[in-house]
Write a protein that binds this ligand. Sequence first.
Ligand code: SAJ
Length: 397
Amino acid sequence: MGLGYIGLPTAIIAAKHGVEVFGVDINPKVVEMTNAGKLHIIEPGLETMLREVVAAGSLKAATEPQVCDAYFMVVPTPFKGDHEPDISFVESATRMVAPLLKAGDLYVIESTSPVGTTEKMAALISQLRPELDGKLFIAYCPERVLPGNVIHELVHNDRVIGGIDDASTDKAITFYSQFVQGTLHRTNARTAEMCKLTENSSRDVQIAFANELSMVCDRAGINVWELIELANKHPRVNILQPGCGVGGHCIAVDPYFITAAYPKEAKIIAKAREINNYKAQWCVERIKNAMLRFELDHKRKPRVAMMGLAFKPNIDDLRESPAKQITTSVMQSCNNADIMVVEPNITEHKVFKLTDYREAFDRADIVVMLTAHDPFKTLPWSDEKVILDFCGIYRKC
Ligand code: SAJ
């Protein structure tokens, strides 16, 4: 259930390993493209595999589920209101499959979920199909793959599998061992849910530390990239890299699932979210100041190149992207400025007019490095330009 950034690759890999897969998505365009062997996401190497499994008849897609033996919920879990988790997609996918369930079936949630979601969905299934009580296997098994390296990671990463009882854990392990070569670690559903949230919160806290250092170093006149490289020479220190903020649909979202449920206890996790969000605002202020200073010095408005819209290097994904947020914010507050927007991984965007990265760099007075895409690393440093390098392309400032 769900043929997005995780559901579709999982469906393809499972199909490739001999599982007969029926992929469901509420978006007819996604279904149509999948059945035509066309990938609606960007992921290296995956389209060839999709074409193979579709041609072999082992993956079929539709907008409605059909009777199967195992059901996987791989739908988005965004947040709503004041960062409250929204599990309505998991619930509606569960309601769609509930009438199809039969004794002995496996039901798994893969979507990142607040602690207790699997138990809640088990209760919902029991309410809808009371005659199946004790006859289903219900488990939580979060995905852990890194976009851009999905084919390798889906097969080789270890996975945590938590059933609502031992028999459910066993059944889910049997399923995943068909294509996962990493170790399948058994636990209960609540621990597995918290484990996923912990992994991403841990990364968020570590990035917040790097982002905080970058702002301290800016005030102290220290090159943060050199500082981190030197500190990491210590055998027990491993600081991550600062950037223009934290984006994507995982690390910028999942920690809120802990802070919303445990606000009194989850202090560092909440602070890290605050720091990483603030880093994007800090970049906006730096850009606006540089533009003002240029105008005062040169008596004309600067041409500005905003380099990168994606939330991280070498992908086309703009979800929760701080680079996009910074670009929007600068364009809104300086609405008659000459701002060129660059994103080499997409061909067009409905809001931004995109400029080729070389052309934008050549024309710009101020170059703002937001996302460390590989092509940007070929652009030479120029003392003639003001370069605001928030993602360490040049590691000079
Ligand atoms: N970032 C930094 N500095 C760093 C590393 C990352 O600023 O040193 C930023 C990136 O630019 C990006 C954000 O953090 O804006 C998140 O990028 P990421 O590469 O850390 O992670 P995601 O969101 O692509 O994938 C994460 C992964 N989780 C962990 O590494 C713990 C992945 O394994 C998960 O499967 C995925 O979340 C998910 O789906 O939850």
